[in-house]
Design a protein around this ligand. Structure first.
Ligand code: PLP
Length: 487
């Protein structure tokens, strides 16, 4: 392809990306296509002869955009956010322009060195203890693709540490702890590694947070039964309700089990640590004093687009000893001498994306203050939404609003005699009505048998009037759902 053509197509791509963001507010939030829509529109095989790039670029607009859900839309309140910024997009563009699968320091030194630096920068802005910094050469941070990968490698490291200390223990006696509110990543880590998993019970009275006492009882039971609990995956900001496990109590118990690894998954809420005022509520003192590993996704609420999951360990050797497989062709002078990080030994894959570049761009362009503003703006918007719910006699909270998440359900005061199954049926109708709309996106969940709706703020373009509108839409759909349900 001619370089001039690339230049033209590149300018056009940037123009079109800018136009996309300019017109985003006027677009539907969710895609309206039916399954299989794209296969019907595209040829059955790739072309034999290359096509004109302009046609391809136009087909992206024509066929792909209509099948997208617009996660950056101001009225996208579903799941957890997937933040994206221009600096991040451009960082990715530069990274992809040279494509460095920086598995060893030696294959492209800047990739490794920048990652080691930005992991320390992010650790600093979140207030993490210095023992997690790469500069210690004991602990350290690495960019994983996802929080699921982070939990998996934490489990591999924890298993190595446990087995080293207890070489006689057969694998089938090891047990991984989660809670009933832990993201599916806990169960998946057990599944992939062939390990027993126990989900510890949490209650609505405890706001769905794991208590120290529950952990203590489970540990006694399992140890008495000849099992070996070797890792607890705790959560700061659970998916369904934003619950924060009581790490203050948990760390007191875990101290009596020195080989029980404590991994904290703060995939969504962890980024809020950038604001000192939320550190206590997110259990930072306990994270800093005891946790073995910690993960937060900047690709959720942290202005960095997918993927960018930050993962820190207090003792990197458990991770690298567990994952270091070095055939001759991967050896290098600095790897052999241990004078540089070879990040392939910190994750499951060998080749790695140059993710740190977009972090560097965004961290510099926004500064700590920019991150703080983004978080506090989102929390203010959620406060506004929660206030609307509080003042309504139609809705009630199912969990206490936390940071940028509100979990609520339709529960009119006039119908306070309804049972949980009746209210669940009503709320399923309510949710189906919201899901059928294309101008707002929220998600449903279930909390100990109660069907409810989650509303999360996080898109950079959401402003107060979008929240006012969301309250109106939700109020109207609530009324219609009630009429439908009564019929
Ligand atoms: N942990 C929590 C608490 C989550 O809410 C999510 C996803 O929403 C995850 C982990 C999974 O994150 P990832 O997609 O990066 O694996």
């Amino acid at each position: 392809v001619d370089l001039m053509d690339i230049e033209q197509a590149g300018y056009q791509a940037i123009d079109r990306i800018c136009d996309y963001y300019i017109s985003l507010r006027d677009m539907p939030v969710t895609s309206q296509v039916e399954p299989g829509y794209l296969r019907k529109l595209l040829p059955a095989s790739a072309p034999t002869v290359g096509e004109d790039f302009q046609v391809i670029a136009d087909d992206y607009q024509k066929y792909i955009i209509p099948g997208l859900t617009h996660w950056q839309h101001p009225s996208f309140f579903a799941y957890f956010p997937a933040a994206c910024t221009f600096e991040s997009i451009l960082g990715e563009l530069y990274a992809s322009s040279t494509t460095n699968p920086g598995f060893n320091w030696s294959v492209s030194p800047a990739c490794t060195e920048l990652e080691a630096v930005v992991m320390d920068w992010t650790a600093q802005i979140l207030g993490l203890d210095k023992s997690f910094y790469n500069t210690t050469e004991v602990g350290g941070g690495v960019l994983q693709a996802t929080a699921c990968d982070a939990a998996l490698v934490a489990t591999v490291a924890a298993r190595l540490r446990y087995i080293r200390e207890h070489p006689q223990v057969p694998m089938e006696k090891l047990i991984l702890y989660t809670t009933t509110q832990t993201h599916s990543l806990g169960k998946k880590a057990g599944l992939v590694l062939g390990l027993k998993v126990r989900a510890l019970q949490v209650t609505a009275e405890d706001e769905f947070a794991l208590r120290g006492e529950t952990l203590e009882v489970a540990l006694k039971e399992d140890v008495d039964a000849g099992l070996h609990p070797f890792i607890l995956i705790a959560t700061v900001g659970t998916t369904s309700s934003g619950a924060v496990d009581r790490l203050d109590e948990i760390t007191d118990i875990v101290k009596n089990y020195p080989f029980l690894w404590l991994h904290v998954d703060a995939a969504w809420a962890g980024v809020a640590l950038v604001c000192p005022e939320y550190r206590e509520a997110c259990q930072l003192p306990a994270i800093n004093s005891y946790t073995d590993s910690f993960c937060t996704n900047f690709h959720k609420w942290g202005l960095i687009h997918f993927d960018g999951s930050c993962f820190w360990v207090r003792h990197r050797t458990y991770l690298t000893d567990a994952l270091d497989v070095t055939p001759e062709y991967l050896r290098s002078k600095h790897g052999d001498a241990g004078t540089a990080i070879d990040y392939r030994n910190w994750n499951l894959n060998l080749s790695r994306r140059f993710r740190s570049l977009k972090f560097w761009f965004v961290l510099r362009s926004r500064g700590t203050e920019g991150f703080q503003k983004h978080i506090t703006d989102c929390i203010k918007l959620n406060d506004q939404f929660a206030q609307g719910i509080r003042e309504s006699d139609q809705f009630s909270f199912v969990a206490k609003p936390f940071l940028a998440l509100t979990v609520f359900r339709l529960a009119p005061k006039s119908l306070s005699h309804l049972t949980t199954p009746e209210l669940n049926a009503l709320n399923r109708i309510f949710h189906a009505r919201l899901a059928a709309r294309n101008d707002i996106a929220v998600t449903q969940t279930e909390l100990n048998g109660v069907f409810c709706i989650r509303m999360v703020t996080g898109a950079e373009r959401t402003v107060a009037k979008d929240i006012d509108r969301a309250l109106v839409v939700i109020g109207e759909e609530g009324k219609v759902a009630l009429t439908e349900w009564k019929r």
